[in-house]
Write a protein that binds this ligand. Structure first.
Ligand SMILES: *Cc1c(COP(=O)(O)O)cnc(C)c1O
Length: 392
């Protein structure tokens, strides 16, 4: 494969390693350990003078295919595949935060990315501030002398608010700190944070990258060799390594990323247009609608609006519950980014225990319904939403 190949070609051929038996699909090296040829070979592997594999916690050939592939797609130095999206998030935190340090993060960041800081990293003396990172003045005001990371999620969950990656990179670099972007909602097909100036990008692989709701996983890609090595070291010491069978499934899922997202996104645009005109719907938040407050930023920063929609029901909390009980095709479940359409109501489900004040600050209103649009026939999806809305 040529280096300047298109994204779709990289998806199919990227990361592949020559295999002795010339298997077209990467084999699953379901082994915990690797034999050395002799004492010298073992010594060379440990000294880092040979790229041979040693032990699966430290690296595995199947997992390496996935790591190299995602790094290629994101345009980074190297990839680090881990057992879950949260393992990716915490590996980044562990690599750069310590007693007395501070992180600035997105107010509406993924719930666990916030709670692990507030509940656990706080025990080790790490401080965290959560601000509306779509407001650059708020970002600047939150930085402290001991801030080590600026961490953003864009689009953020479930408000679909968008943060300017290039502007945040500039703010972070002026202060000599790193910008980390959670790119789960877009995938590298729609957004390339490293090209926009970010230093580290991470994903919950569970979502669009794998795309089939059958694997939990995560990946981190660093722009530089130094950051890659630092995080790889932390990861292999702590041990949230990805299993080779998990990696095989993700490699298979990833091959159709652009096909899946093209269809899901086309469906999402039609559904967003339908919802915006519906009399029972109060508002729709989708980056492909001119009514999105950051429509222009989305157009500049993303190569497409994606497949995630949030909308509000005029009937509020009660209507939200009715809607959840009325859909027949959309599946009532958390998570996102799979081939099937998923629907959820944060106020009565994922965010039911969050205080009213915190919900308000994060923009999660009682009427908010979140849709992860899949690749089904769009007329069937619209008919399902329409019949459910008629009961709300
Ligand atoms: C799901 C998700 C995570 C956490 O990933 P897991 O694979 O569930 O551990 C982190 N960030 C975002 C944006 C997510 O959607």
């Amino acid at each position: 494969m040529r280096k300047d190949s298109g994204f779709d070609t990289k998806l199919i051929h990227g990361g592949q390693r020559p295999d002795a038996l010339r298997s077209v699909t990467p084999p699953i090296y379901q082994t915990s350990t690797f034999a050395f040829r002799n004492a010298q070979d073992g010594a060379d592997c440990f000294a880092g003078e040979s790229d041979g594999f040693i032990y699966t916690r430290l690296g595995n050939p199947t997992t390496r295919v996935l790591e190299d592939l995602v790094a290629l797609l994101e345009g980074g130095f190297g990839g680090i595949a881990v057992a879950s999206g949260m393992a990716a998030v915490t590996t980044v935190y562990m690599s750069y935060l310590g007693a007395g340090s501070h992180i600035v993060s997105t107010e509406a960041v993924y719930g666990a990315s916030r709670s692990v800081l507030e509940k656990h990293f706080s025990r080790f003396g790490v401080e965290a501030s959560f601000v509306d990172t779509s407001n650059l003045e708020a970002v600047k005001a939150a930085l402290r002398p001991n801030t080590k990371l600026l961490y953003i999620e864009t689009p953020a969950n479930p408000t679909i608010s968008i943060t300017d990656i290039a502007a945040c990179a500039e703010i972070a670099h002026q202060r000599g700190i790193l910008l980390v972007v959670d790119n789960t909602f877009c995938s590298p097909y729609l957004q390339k944070p490293l090209e926009l100036g970010a230093d580290i990008v991470l994903h919950s692989i569970t979502k669009f990258i794998n795309g089939h709701a059958d694997v939990v996983g995560g990946v981190i890609v660093a722009k530089t060799d130094a950051d890659h090595c630092r995080m790889y070291n932390v990861m292999t010491s702590m041990g949230p390594s990805m299993d080779p069978h998990q990696a095989f499934l993700v490699i298979r899922g990833l091959k159709t990323l652009s096909l899946r997202l093209e269809r899901a996104q086309a469906n999402a645009q039609k559904i967003a247009d339908f919802l915006e005109k519906h009399p029972r719907v109060a508002w729709v938040r989708y980056p492909g609608l001119a009514s999105h407050p950051q429509f222009e930023l989305a157009q500049r920063q993303q190569s497409g609006p994606g497949a995630m929609i949030s909308f509000g029901l005029k009937g509020g909390l009660k209507a939200g519950k009715v809607m959840m009980d009325s859909v027949q095709l959309a599946v009532l479940a958390v998570s996102l980014g799979g081939v099937e359409t998923l629907i959820q109501h944060p106020a009565s489900m994922t965010h039911a225990k969050v205080s009213a004040d915190a919900k308000l600050k994060a923009g999660i209103t009682d009427d908010l319904v979140r849709l992860s649009v899949g690749i089904e026939n769009v007329d069937d999806l619209i008919a399902d939403l329409d019949q459910a809305l008629s009961r709300c």
